[in-house]
Design a protein around this ligand. Sequence first.
Ligand code: GLU
Length: 446
Amino acid sequence: MLDRSLQSVLDDVTARSPHEPEFHQAAREVFESIGPAIRRHPEYLEAGILPRLCEPERQLIFRVPWTDDQGRVHVNRGFRVEFSSALGPYKGGLRFHPSVDLGIVKFLGFEQIFKNALTGLQIGGGKGGSDFDPKGRSDAEVMRFCQSFMTELSRHIGADTDVPAGDIGVGGREIGYMFGQYKRLTNRFEAGVLTGKGLAWGGSHVRTEATGYGLVFFLREMLEAAGTDLDGRRVVVSGSGNVAAYAIEKVHSLGGTVVACSDSSGYVVDEDGIDVALLREIKEVRRGRIHEYADARPSARFIDGGTIWDVPCQVALPCATQNELDAAGARTLIRNGVIAVAEGANMPCTPEAVDALHEAGIAFGPGKAANAGGVATSALEMQQNAARESWSFAHAETRLEEIMRSIHRRCLETAEECDSPGDYVLGANVAGFRRVADAMLDLGVV
Ligand code: GLU
């Protein structure tokens, strides 16, 4: 239940931007957590922090025309929502997926504000993308699309203004095409304008691995706080993209076994443990479907459709997309003995799933905290670019580990302070909110 003042702000936010259910969901979750922070600090309400935080500083929507290999013209829609620059330049990824619309970009951008605040680094919140579907498109088509997208986006971004990166459908290939076009249009090798770059042209070691590795570092802390560890644990990871692949790799290196992963066509179960090299070959090189994994591995079987949450496990890491784990999935996990769930994707658990996990006393790590390693390493990439430096893999990974440990500590300490020990959702939202809100108080009504 929200108190009356918070409910009325949320009602206004919802009424002002109807037809954006994911944004409303993300805002409600934050509002439900921050009651204690607001009660102790009436100045947040007096300064209009919440209505200001819920209204993006700037929203860009633009046409992205491009030509396919047959010479046909296509028109997609491009977005960049510059949500909050209270703590630093707008920072957040670009998502290319047919489901992208303004509501999706706003939910992601809103989450990003608090996630980025939680890292303790100097980054504001933003997000962007397009309803372009890269699936089945040739490299040349993807390149022309990226160039057209960047032709417009380039006017709005900059190393001190807004720094995009990848998300679903945007990896090293797309960042390369976009950086190339930005460089050509501006006649500047402005390395800090994008993150997730290749190592040869300004990228950081560990950025590719960071979201998945960071997720498992966070999970390790969660398990340690519960008096246990990953050794010998049976783990299920949904998804099979960049986050999933490197989460699987890190689980294996810490002694757990990932027995299942998925894509939108179904999932594979491999009792011998998912072979990450094979998975990456299929997904990144061949850009194929998950059944090809089972075709190539005698120990694996492919399940067409269905839900990966039916696979019994002790740890579940949803790393695919929003709202992929609902109450029924959570109940199955609980029945099968899950002890921890941590979100690699953004908002993969529905509010009902989170409630079910909390009620059952399962350790639950929300994406804002658990998947913050990606954007944190982006901030380390910006730091290296600004100093024209390049750190070793070991150094960047140590920094990532320290950041995940400190995010975990911040969540737990804040939850404790708010009389909700062990509630990572509350801890993450309140700690993130306070850092942004305090900066906004200092900066005046802007
Ligand atoms: N898309 C990632 C996220 O959800 C990374 C953003 C970034 O590195 O800027 O946090």
